[in-house]
Write a protein that binds this ligand. Sequence first.
Ligand code: C5P
Length: 242
Amino acid sequence: MSSVTTWLVVPAAGQGRRMGADRPKQYLPLAGETMLARTLERLHLALPDARLALCLDEDDARFTPEQVPFARWQRVTGGAERMDSVLNALRSLPADDDDIVLVHDVARPCVMPADVGALAAAAHDSVDGALLAMPVADTMKRATSGGDCAGTEPRDGLWHALTPQGFRCGVLRRALEDARAHGTLVTDEASAVESLGGRPRLVSGRRDNLKVTHPDDLALAAAVLASQELPEHHAAAGTANG
Ligand code: C5P
């Protein structure tokens, strides 16, 4: 994996309105830091030499570079939708088509370094890329418009899509540019690659890689962070280089 550059794209330009908080959720406190700092810390533990593109809202006044532990990173202006933020990053990175790009939501601060490493390895090995995912465990119901059960969906073969998701840079650029050109709104990178006929590999990830979306998720994330055992962390503050 050493002959190609690994890039990390972290979309963090959302407003997180479902949290109902006084600020975007990436700036809510989590175990004494911002959620943004916690998420970047986890990614840095796994891939300390990766190059980071951090997508932020252009009016974001809460960001400070101290929250970034990477030595090489750049700020990218976010777009109207998550996919636009990621696409802006891909358009601005000086990345080769063969380089690996891993996209990870800022709202998943509990991702474990071992999962990031496994995903990066799979992204390197699979032509259509890979995503962290977990098999659906609950019985799945389809609802009527009135909120009653319309039926039970077979859960065999169903997975929850998590992040990171990783691809060759050229594959992901083509897929997201195509989705944007066709006006297709995708909520993860794998869907864009699937639309072009690709079959990204499902990499079974930990169940505690939760996405902080609703107010009570924050306490859950704090409890998960407190329960996880990490390898030793040699944190080093980075500086912006672009
Ligand atoms: O709102 P939601 O949690 O689904 O957003 C997923 C991720 O995409 C978050 O990390 C959020 O900051 C990011 N995002 C973005 N640009 C947008 C909308 C969301 O970077 N326009």
